[in-house]
Design a protein around this ligand. Sequence first.
Ligand SMILES: NC(=O)c1ccc[n+]([C@@H]2O[C@H](COP(=O)([O-])OP(=O)(O)OC[C@H]3O[C@@H](n4cnc5c(N)ncnc54)[C@H](O)[C@@H]3O)[C@@H](O)[C@H]2O)c1
Length: 493
Amino acid sequence: MDTNRREFLKGTAWMGAAAIAAGCISAKNAPCCGAGGSMFGFAAKPLKKIRVGCVGIGSRGSGAVHRLASIPGVEVVALCDIEQRRVDIQQKWLKENKKPAAKEFVGADAYRRLCDWDGADCIYNTTPWELHVPVALCAMRGGKHVFIEVPSAFTVDECWELVETSESLKLNCMQLENCCYGEAEMLALNLCRLGLLGDLVHAEGAYIHDLRDHNYGDLGKDPHAYWNHWRLRWNTKHKGNQYVTHGLIPLMEYMGINRGDRFDYLVSLESDQFNFEAYGKANYPAGDWHHEHKVQMGDMNTTLVKTVKGRSIMIQHDVSSPRPYSRINRITGTKGTLAGGAFLYGDKAITSEWPVRFGWEEKSGAGVHAYFPEAKQKELRKQYMHPYWKQAGEIAMKVGGHGGMDFLMDLRWAYCLQNGIPLDTNVYDLAASCCIGELSERSVRNRSSSVDFPDFTKGAWKTQPPLGIETVDLSKMGLGVGDVKKDKAALNV
Ligand SMILES: NC(=O)c1ccc[n+]([C@@H]2O[C@H](COP(=O)([O-])OP(=O)(O)OC[C@H]3O[C@@H](n4cnc5c(N)ncnc54)[C@H](O)[C@@H]3O)[C@@H](O)[C@H]2O)c1
């Protein structure tokens, strides 16, 4: 076992064994000889037709079924949920939209049968958090690529297990971070790659979103309720930043984390919780469980990360305070800075961080004392719009789903799989971001002491080029604005 890993497993024993019990491993697809080797640059054999099995078709999963079924060459071949009624709703949607019927897998363990079934190439995992890793391992052990909602894992041990399984079976294990495909985030990536912000020094991101109604809501009564209150149950047990990816992954792409730099250590500090339990008490009758629930997660968590190349990142998490949505999305370099991002619906932006604003030194040494004037920003936003947004943004906005970024994410990985191209993000990006769940919790519980990151790439980060400016070929895919329609199930918050 790699020393780095052994040290971490020792260090995580306090958390108890990781929740990895994916017992489904079909003999025909089992790892034969531990092929190993890095997943950087990995491209699977092209799949002209991609057959996807969707697991966990609740509020996020429903939109996913519709998006995937709208991409040429992608077929939703299986629907899997613990509840039959969720499968029925999606089966009906497929029929109404003249798509082939999907095979049904229903029950708490039904995903295991799906993972062993020969009829799918990929598993799209939109289950509650505790199922992300078991379903993903099961999928890969059944010979399938796996796409996992965020955060895909929560402990260092889980991250290693996903890395090692992806490496040994040579299957993609990709985290579905849609925010990398937001217009502002892609603009920022483009500005960074063009060098307009100079050498990158510091970044800030966040997930600030008042989700108390989602957490406490009851299924059947409240429109945003989670299945079996899975998120509130998680928050009763954990501190730290347990939902780091929306704010962080775009920053990782700008800064080339795992591609020229990597996370070194973090410190994490958290307020106590003043809002969660008070919400339960204020909105539900005394004596029922909503009233009594004890929550460990503090309201505001602030985590600071230092990279081995000396750069810094601040990342925040707050899902219980009465304040507007924000991912911050700030990137600062030696020449300039950009901040902001949003889900855009025409002129309406769902965030406190819009418009995106930026400025850079037009004369060396002049500094940036204000963002560019509004009219100039508008013009530059158009000029420097990421080529992928220029190409497919209109189609994506028509479908909807967080202002279009959900569709762009799925369209891009589908294009890569169909054409034998490496995906934009791999299992190392998943691991470097997701291990912050455990690392930040350890720091918070230990008076904000610093905690080291493992190197999941085993040194390969030193020679990897940063993510380039990638697009798709829409004519090759046979996709135009007229081929898609607005999806009512698309999530916008
Ligand atoms: N990327 C984003 O913008 C975004 C937005 C919302 C949610 N999410 C993520 O999506 C995931 C799902 O969130 P949600 O809001 O849809 O939750 P949800 O509670 O609405 O849906 C969860 C679904 O999983 C099903 N399920 C439960 N146990 C199962 C089992 N054993 N086997 C199969 N299905 C099972 C439930 O019946 C339900 O249909 C979470 O990981 C969340 O973090 C991401």
